[in-house]
Write a protein that binds this ligand. Sequence first.
Ligand SMILES: O=C(O)CCC(=O)C(=O)O
Length: 407
Amino acid sequence: MVVLIKENFAWPAVASKKGTGAPSEATNAFLHGSALELKDYVWKEQERPLVAHNQFDNGELMPVIDMSGVRLCASGNGTLSMSERQRTQTAAAEMARASQEWGFFQIINHGVPAELVKKMETHARNFFEGLKPEEKKQILRDANSNKPMGYACGGLGTRLKNDIPWMESLHLPSSSAEMERYIWRVWKDGNPEFRKVLSEFREAMEKVSIKVMDMLMDMLPELQEKAYPQSATAAGGLARMSANRSKAKAGIEKMVGDKRNNSIVRLNYYPPCPQPNLTLGLGVHSDPHLLTLLHQDLVGGLQVFKDGVWTAVRPRPNALIVNIGDALQVTSNDIYKSVEHRAVCNSLKSRLSMGFFLTPLDDATISPFASSSSRYRPFTWKEYREQMYANRPRGRSNLLHYRIQNS
Ligand SMILES: O=C(O)CCC(=O)C(=O)O
């Protein structure tokens, strides 16, 4: 694979206190909170970004898919009007194409209210920027946990010894009761407004992710027939596709469970960084879960590895970014791609992204739905997650442990 690198771009001026060259207050606050110095955030040379956070025109444009007219009911097209049915089919075909070519796409008119997202952003910024480090650290993540939840700042709350991410993050379990416990531990009055907004945000993101998943499962059997042809009559093929469609949908329902209670809400905050060309907010990784929905603000920083090039995703107001996770790549037997991505910092502005990760239950078995030509051996989600946290693999390499040789 050829990696194209643009050498000639200008990094923005270093964030400093009124041009004095001294680190800004935000930088100092972050360094103080993480108990590290600027030099500790210098990454290995081969990992450093060569595409700036706002160098948006360096690659292809990520597909943008319009979900207007797509009803967010979990499944079943029985009661849809002809036009709703057509729009849903068109959007599903576009999603399936993007999931094969990019592993990523953006959705607009998705049904998560812009007002709700704005409120979430305010509360998230209030947490990251408004609280003192010791207040945030009341819910510091247990670095040795294999299901790490809570707050992390730089290397604090992680097992990382080098290549420390220039970011703060808050991982919250999707189950309301568990999520609320974290808020109560930070705010004595339980911050009722934040709890309400968080719960609405989680619910809205979950609803959309389930719908997107349903649409991708609708498209999967036909793509499987093409990718892994089986000798059969046309009628036999149709019957098999219909059976596989039901199997795929039931499989996903079983994997995530009625209460979807293993999913995660994740808030990522990247303070302005005086050395964005030497560090990363989030290193190269693929998401291990089934499906991610991410809202990013308008600053820019998400980059996706597409055809050997780091492509900066241009922020789009009111859009959500969707990407395929490792678990969905496996269940689709490599038809939908879990793709490497990273977050690049900048020296001028802080950046916020807020994600919902649709996650299998711990004991759910992850294996290809198609009965023929399986490329992975079955494993449980718990096994995958523990393997990942124990080894901290770079990029998509965790999937290799489960891949059947020569498949
Ligand atoms: O902040 C971003 O744009 C990237 C977020 C991300 O990749 C993650 O949370 O896993």
